[in-house]
Ligand binder design. Structure first.
Ligand SMILES: [Zn+2]
Length: 221
């Protein structure tokens, strides 16, 4: 009977794994499509990940977010392995942010839960990062969602960079959840891809409003 029970257990765990894979693919596919269709990233730019604190599922290197297929979602781990070669080049930043969150959870004695990170190449956000030290949302939704300000992270090398990884990890360690790499684009962390997308979307909206003020020479009353 033990054999039957073992088989039942492994079928049940394979079924759970499959259900998780299907759910994650749906997250990646829908969020990726919305990021691209909404103009939040270029054709091959940006990346998405989710983590449960042990594994990280991340879009494949070079994947087009608007056309994510099941093979574009790669599973890697919190520590580097050979599997990393297939993952997005920005895995180094995603992993550092998840590790910072895991450290924070240990300090606060809370569960890691599930987290998601989105990195985008949103136009107005990237523009603001080149001309300002932070984005201060002028609109009510931006203030409510993003807080008082979103910092710009200035680095020597902005792509697949250890320096960005260290600075974004420090931001998460301090309780932050969103930052903009100067001249490159934002990284946002939340409980789900949808929530991370909301942060990216609100930041872009606030950045566009600030740019409109600059272009018209007007200021908020
Ligand atoms: Zn990028």
């Amino acid at each position: 009977m033990n054999g039957v029970s073992n088989v039942a257990d492994s079928v049940s765990s394979a079924a759970k794994e499959t259900t998780g894979d299907v759910k994650r693919f749906k997250y990646f596919n829908e969020t990726g499509r919305d990021l691209f269709a909404g103009g939040f990233t270029t054709s091959h730019g940006g990346n998405i990940s989710v983590s449960d604190g042990e594994s990280i599922w991340i879009s494949k290197t070079g994947a087009m977010l608007g056309r994510i297929s099941p093979g574009d979602v790669r599973k890697v781990f919190m520590s580097p392995t050979d599997l990393d070669a297939q993952a997005s080049m920005e895995l180094v930043v995603h992993r550092a942010m998840y590790q910072a969150w895991a450290d924070r959870c240990r300090e606060l004695d809370v569960a890691f839960g599930e987290k998601s990170i989105i990195h985008a190449h949103s136009k107005y956000t990237t523009y603001r990062s080149l001309v300002a030290e932070d984005v201060i949302p002028p609109d009510s939704e931006g203030k409510m969602t993003l807080g008082e300000s979103v910092p710009v992270i200035a680095v020597e090398l902005g792509v697949a960079s250890e320096e960005v990884a260290e600075k974004m990890a420090a931001l998460v360690a301090d309780g932050g959840f969103i930052g903009i790499v100067r001249g490159h684009g934002p990284f946002a962390m939340a409980d789900t891809p949808e929530e991370a997308f909301r942060l990216i979307s609100c930041l872009e909206y606030s950045s566009e409003l600030l740019t409109l003020f600059d272009m018209t020479g007007k200021q908020p009353l």
